[in-house]
Design a protein around this ligand. Structure first.
Ligand SMILES: NC(=O)N[C@@H](CC(=O)O)C(=O)O
Ligand SMILES: [Zn+2]
Ligand SMILES: [Zn+2]
Length: 343
C-alpha cells in the first residue's frame, strides 16, 4: 500500500510573489500547497504604506488561480519615513501582519531600507505596543564585513540592540543561515522566532562555488559552511516552536540569474514540500514536519492553524527543471538529493 502523510495545510512565512506577469506565473505553485503566506514587500517601488499593501493584495487576489483557497498576509517595507499611525491602522484593519526591516542595500530591491535605526524607533515602539511582528533581513551591509559573517555581525550590532531597546517587540529572524542565529533564538525569550528556508536545509556554500560557479544556488543570506546547514536541520527538525518554514522562494528569470552580476534568490515554490518531507524523513523526523510547516508559524503570529489538510504520497515526484513565464524561464531549485515524496 502506498504510504501517505497528511498534514494540516502548510503556510509559508516568507515568500516573494513579485508582480504582473511574474506574479501570475509563480502564484499557482504556492497556492497548490499553501493556505497563507507572508508576502514580502520588496517590489520596485516597495510596498511602504497601507494603501500600497491594499493595492498589492488586490493584485494578488486577482491573480489567484480558479478555486484556489489562499490568503496573502501582507507586510510593509520599513523605511526611515514609515508613519507609525499608518502602520497601526493597517494592523487594526487586519491588512498587515508584519513590518519588514531591510538594512539599506542588503539584498534584492532593498535600496529604500534603513540606515539610521534611531529614525525607526517610534514605529518599533508602536509595533511592540500593538503586537505586530518585525521581520528582519538579518545582514549588515558594511563593505568591511565579510559576506559570510554578515548575519552573525547583524545579531550583535543591530538585532540585539533593537531587542534590548524594545523588549516587547516580536521579531522574526528571516531565512537564518548560521548556528549563531539558531543559538541566539534558543537563548532568547519567546518574543523571538526564526524562519528557515527549504534551500538552506540542503545546500552549503560548496554548492555555489565548488566545481564551477552555480548562480542558481546564489541567494541572500548566502549559504554557509556545512556545519551551519547541519545546525539549521537540527533546529527545523527539533520540534521547537520558535523555528518554522519561510521558503523565501524568490523567482528571478534565468536571464537575470546568469549574468556577470546575477540576482540573488532561489525559486523553490514548486518542490518545497517534496524537499522538506525528504529532509525530515532523512532526519527520522517526519512526525515533526507538520509543526514546522503548519503549526509553529500560526502560533507565533497569533493566527489559528489551518483546518484543511495536505496529503503527501510516498512516490517519486516529477518536478520541471524550470517554469516558463512571459518574462522568460525561471529555474526551479534543484536540491541534488533523491526525493521520494510527492505533494
Ligand atoms: N533571498 C534572496 O536571495 N533574494 C530575495 C530577497 C531576500 O529575501 O533577501 C529576493 O527578493 O530575490
Ligand atoms: Zn532577505
Ligand atoms: Zn526573501
Amino acid at each position: 500500500m502506498t504510504q501517505t502523510l497528511t498534514l494540516r495545510r502548510p503556510d509559508d512565512w516568507h515568500l516573494h510573489l513579485r508582480d504582473g506577469d511574474m506574479l501570475r506565473a509563480v502564484l499557482p505553485h504556492t497556492t497548490a500547497h499553501f493556505a497563507r503566506a507572508i508576502i514580502m514587500p520588496n517590489l520596485v517601488p516597495p510596498v511602504v504604506t497601507a494603501a500600497d499593501a491594499r493595492a498589492y493584495r488586490d493584485r494578488i487576489m486577482a491573480a489567484l488561480p480558479l478555486g484556489a483557497d489562499f490568503t496573502p498576509l501582507m507586510t510593509l517595507y520599513l523605511t526611515e519615513n514609515t508613519d507609525p499611525a499608518d502602520v497601526e491602522a493597517a494592523h487594526a484593519e487586519g491588512l498587515v501582519h508584519a513590518v519588514k526591516l531591510y538594512p539599506a542595500g542588503a539584498t534584492t530591491n532593498s535600496a529604500s531600507g534603513v540606515s539610521d535605526f534611531a529614525k525607526v524607533a517610534p514605529v518599533l515602539e508602536t509595533m511592540a505596543r500593538i503586537g505586530l511582528p518585525l521581520c528582519t533581513h538579518g545582514e549588515v551591509t558594511d563593505g568591511d564585513v565579510d559576506i559570510f559573517d554578515r548575519e552573525a555581525v547583524f545579531i550583535d550590532r543591530v538585532l540585539d540592540p533593537i531587542r534590548r531597546d524594545h523588549p516587547d517587540l516580536k521579531v522574526v529572524m528571516e531565512h537564518i543561515t548560521t548556528a549563531n542565529a539558531v543559538d541566539y533564538v534558543r537563548a532568547s525569550n519567546g518574543n523571538l522566532a526564526a524562519t528557515i528556508t527549504t534551500h538552506h536545509l540542503v545546500i552549503n556554500r560548496n554548492h555555489i562555488l565548488a566545481g564551477g560557479i552555480k548562480p542558481h544556488y546564489y541567494c541572500l543570506p548566502v549559504a554557509k559552511r556545512e556545519e551551519h546547514r547541519r545546525a539549521l536541520c537540527a533546529a527545523a527538525t527539533s520540534g521547537e516552536a520558535r523555528f518554522f518554514l519561510g521558503t523565501d522562494s524568490a523567482p528571478h528569470t534565468d536571464a537575470n540569474k546568469l549574468l556577470p552580476c546575477g540576482c540573488a534568490g532561489c525559486f523553490t515554490a514548486p518542490n518545497t514540500m517534496s524537499i522538506l518531507a525528504q529532509v525530515f524523513e532523512n532526519h527520522d523526523a517526519l512526525d515533526r514536519l507538520e509543526g514546522f510547516t503548519s503549526l509553529h508559524g500560526p502560533a507565533f503570529y497569533g493566527l489559528p492553524a489551518n483546518e484543511a489538510t495536505l496529503t503527501l504520497v510516498r512516490e517519486t515526484p516529477e518536478h520541471p527543471d524550470h517554469i516558463d513565464t512571459p518574462d522568460g524561464p525561471v529555474t526551479v531549485f534543484d536540491p541534488q538529493i533523491p526525493l521520494h515524496w510527492t505533494a
